[in-house]
Design a protein around this ligand. Structure first.
Ligand SMILES: Nc1ncnc2c1ncn2[C@@H]1O[C@H](COP(=O)(O)OP(=O)(O)OP(=O)(O)O)[C@@H](O)[C@H]1O
Ligand SMILES: [Mg+2]
Length: 429
């Protein structure tokens, strides 16, 4: 059975690629062996049927032609970016994934055009010099700083097949930017959460020591300190509850709620529980939800919509104006949110400066630490709302100007009535 020399070169190349990619994707030795056998079998079959891919001629020095056939198909479809550098330092192959990642990488050009990252250049030069494979990392400033992990492998003379006779370096790259950002977010989160817990905990420990020491026989001081300790312990409890709540929401973040619920009634019922808090804070809480005009249905998790309502009204009371009003009203239609219906919570407080608005939904972000300490905020309420809205395919819109109060609106997609097509609903906001 004739298997031509070009095919053999391709086969060798494809096998090296499989081992490398298999390692990266965690295929394991068995998976890699099966893949290699598959490649071999197919190549033999193609050879037998006379359709084996054979390069027509030796590759040109500047831009070697890429042979067709299975080898090419395999490399072109690799999800991992792959480039090959010839002994003359020119790129002999760049797969489409690598083009997307390093747009300057062009076959025939010097490989340093792809990236001038010192780590990359040092690794390729070292492999060409001593023929030993290397793993390395490099960063590149593109739309943002991007972090890559790569492996440079040596293909000895003759093994590169259609890519040229000299030795080649095969570089397989992985974009690790997202992983790195996630690690950073997680470690920031743990640091913030620990800090938030440590402050009240330190205060409680301090008061316990005082009570064991000089305040032991002072009933007045004992009463005062126990009151503060209760306050601090409650703050810790709220924080832990909020953290657990965020965790639960994140766990089913990709599961869209399917229950049809009446939005305005759900909001009204949750809001009613806050009348006592409003009156203690000297705030007039007004529910103007036009329930007698009917309701609107949304596909939502009732408990989560209640939680969103409570968090928004709690903020409006805490950060609003003492002696002022907090109104809960249906949102007017807004072309920015087609197919959605909304409810707004409006306060008459000091409002929020423009630069803070995009950030207040971040975990632990507070506009004023002093005010938050006064009202006992943990900085997680709006982050919880944002996650809940995302899970529902909705959004939180914040309109505020310093001195003019704030309007927080939750927008949720209207539930389609049976028979309605997507994007159209007989419900009306
Ligand atoms: N209605 C509002 N008016 C003015 N500022 C607000 C309003 N709502 C929120 N903020 C600002 O946004 C920050 C974040 O609010 P968020 O609800 O996430 O946390 P919190 O109220 O401090 O704590 P938590 O809700 O977890 O008890 C608040 O600290 C406050 O500075
Ligand atoms: Mg809050």
């Amino acid at each position: 059975m004739p298997v031509r020399s070009g095919t053999l070169a391709w086969l060798a190349f494809a096998c090296v690629a499989i081992v490398l990619v298999g390692g990266t994707l965690g295929l394991g030795p068995l998976g890699e062996t099966i893949a290699i056998l598959g490649v071999f079998g197919l190549a033999v079959a193609l050879g037998a049927s006379g359709r084996a891919p054979v390069p027509d001629q030796a590759p040109a020095r500047d831009a070697p032609p890429l042979p067709g056939g299975f080898g090419q198909a395999l490399l072109q479809r690799l999800p991992a970016p792959l480039i090959v550098v010839g002994q003359d330092r020119r790129l002999t192959y760049v797969n489409p994934a690598a083009h997307g990642m390093l747009p300057q990488a062009r076959v025939g050009a010097h490989y340093s055009n792809a990236t001038r990252a010192p780590g990359f250049i040092e690794a390729v030069e070292s492999v060409l010099r001593d023929g030993r494979d290397r793993s390395f990392t490099f960063t590149q400033l593109q739309d943002q700083e991007r972090h890559y992990e790569a492996r440079a492998s040596y293909l000895p003379e003759g093994a590169g097949g259609a890519f040229g006779d000299g030795a080649q370096v095969l570089v397989l790259i992985e974009d690790r930017t997202r992983d790195k950002a996630m690690l950073q977010t997680r470690s920031d989160f743990v640091a913030n959460a620990s800090h938030e817990l440590r402050t009240p905990l330190a205060s409680i420990l301090g008061y316990i020591e005082t009570l064991q020491g000089h305040a032991r026989d002072d009933p007045e001081a004992r009463e005062l300190f126990l009151g503060i300790m209760l306050q601090q312990a409650s703050r810790m409890q709220r924080l832990v509850d909020d953290l657990m709540s965020l965790n639960r929401i994140e766990l089913n973040a990709h599961q869209r709620p399917e229950a049809r619920i009446p939005l305005r009634r759900t909001v009204a019922e949750a809001a009613e529980a806050l009348f006592p808090l409003a009156s203690r804070s000297d705030v007039l809480l007004m529910l103007d939800l036009d329930l007698d005009q009917g309701d609107v249905e949304v596909l939502a998790d009732r408990d989560q919509i209640s939680q969103v309502t409570v968090n928004l009204i709690d903020n409006a009371i805490k950060y609003g104006r003492s002696g002022g009003r907090v109104r809960v009203v249906p949102a007017e239609k807004d072309p920015r949110f087609p197919g959605m219906t909304g409810v707004s919570v409006i306060d008459e407080g000091p409002g929020i400066a423009r630069e803070h608005i995009p950030r207040i939904t971040e975990r632990f972000y507070r506009v004023s630490n002093k005010k938050s300490a006064e009202v006992g905020g943990t900085g997680l309420g709006l982050a919880i709302i944002k996650h809940i809205m995302t899970r529902h395919g909705g959004t939180l819109d914040i309109q505020s100007k310093p001195g003019e109060g704030s309007r927080f609106t939750i927008w949720l997609p209207l539930a389609l009535e049976s028979g309605d097509s997507v994007g159209a609903s007989r419900n009306d906001a």
